[in-house]
Design a protein around this ligand. Structure first.
Ligand SMILES: Nc1ncnc2c1ncn2[C@@H]1O[C@H](COP(=O)(O)OP(=O)(O)OP(=O)(O)O)[C@@H](O)[C@H]1O
Length: 296
């Protein structure tokens, strides 16, 4: 079942058409990266999903509830962190949490769980005005999670985070999906980061959803080295996959690990011996530039 179904979303702000017939779905337990250049319509889409903006046309269904017709039901399953976490700077992290917990009718046990999640330790009792951006983000995320949403929206959560903060966020999001069964839509214009965080990407440019090129979807590439004629036989085993013959061997692109397992199984069956395997690094940033230059 899809957690989110967006169909034919259109939104103009002033005289400008910002979203042009935007449609996509998000499945259960998925982390979906929402990428696009500055001003492409990511925040506008997210604001429509949280009911901060009303679309001119189209429909949004969250956990089976139509956001335009059954707003309360649909939003009961949704939580969002859009732009800066809206914290009260003079209150401590703990007081901020208690305030939002009361507002949402959340019990103390859940507050304790969220305090542990934020990993703020003794800082939880310090004024949030003194927190670093990473600490504010963690507290903001904690507040968004208080009511155990099924669908979490994060608008550029990596903004201002250093590489270790980004790595931590990645692990936290994966944990939320695995332990709390959440689906997450996370936006960024940093494709490199999104590529690591998300299971799948939705790309937007100029208010229009565009297909990521095939090579972005093939996120695993390995170069295999074989003896003599084995390379030709290995190529025949790769029917349906993209392959490139290189001086050093045969580079094969896979969409996921399972596809690679199937390929390795075929090599084994054909008794083709692999001399070496090298994981290729796909220059995702370069692909991104090409993609938006082509579209723009
Ligand atoms: N209130 C408004 N009135 C008119 N135009 C607006 C308004 N808010 C946003 N826009 C325009 O809508 C377009 C899309 O903005 P949006 O914030 O959705 O993009 P974004 O993809 O989230 O960009 P960024 O990555 O910079 O956050 C931009 O061209 C922006 O200038």
């Amino acid at each position: 079942m899809n957690v989110v179904e967006v169909k034919g979303l259109c939104k103009s702000l002033g005289k400008k058409e910002i979203l042009k017939n935007v449609s996509f779905t998000i499945g259960e337990h998925e982390i979906v990266g929402f990428i696009g250049p500055n001003g492409s319509g990511k925040s506008t889409t997210m604001k429509c999903l949280t009911s901060l903006l009303r679309p001119d046309k189209g429909s949004i269904v969250i956990c089976g509830h139509d956001l335009l017709k059954e707003r309360e039901e649909a939003l009961r399953y949704t939580s969002a962190l859009i732009e800066n976490p809206g914290l009260f700077p003079t209150l401590s992290g703990f007081e901020n949490l208690i305030y939002f917990a009361k507002l949402r009718g959340v019990d103390n046990a859940r507050v304790e769980e969220i305090i542990a999640f934020t990993k703020l330790g003794k800082h939880i009792h310090k004024r949030s005005a003194h927190y670093s951006l990473g600490m504010k983000q963690r507290l903001g995320l904690g507040i968004a999670l208080l009511a155990k949403p099924k669908f979490l929206i994060l608008d550029e959560p990596t903004n201002g985070l250093d590489p270790s903060g980004i790595m931590e966020l990645r692990e936290e999001l994966r944990e939320l999906v695995n332990k709390e069964g959440m689906s997450i839509l996370v936006s960024s214009h940093q494709l490199g980061e999104m590529d690591k965080i998300a299971d799948r990407l939705i790309c937007i440019n100029n208010g229009v959803i565009i297909e990521p090129p095939q090579h972005i979807q093939e996120q695993h590439a390995y170069t295999f080295l074989f003896h003599g004629e084995d390379q030709m036989r290995a190529k025949q085993c790769a029917k349906g996959l993209r392959v490139e013959e290189k001086n050093k061997g045969l580079c094969v692109y896979f969409h996921n690990e399972e596809e690679m397992q199937v390929y390795l199984g075929k090599l084994l069956k054909e008794q083709i011996i692999i001399r070496d395997i090298v994981k290729e690094v796909i220059d995702i940033e370069q692909l991104y530039r090409e993609m938006y230059q082509e579209e723009g």
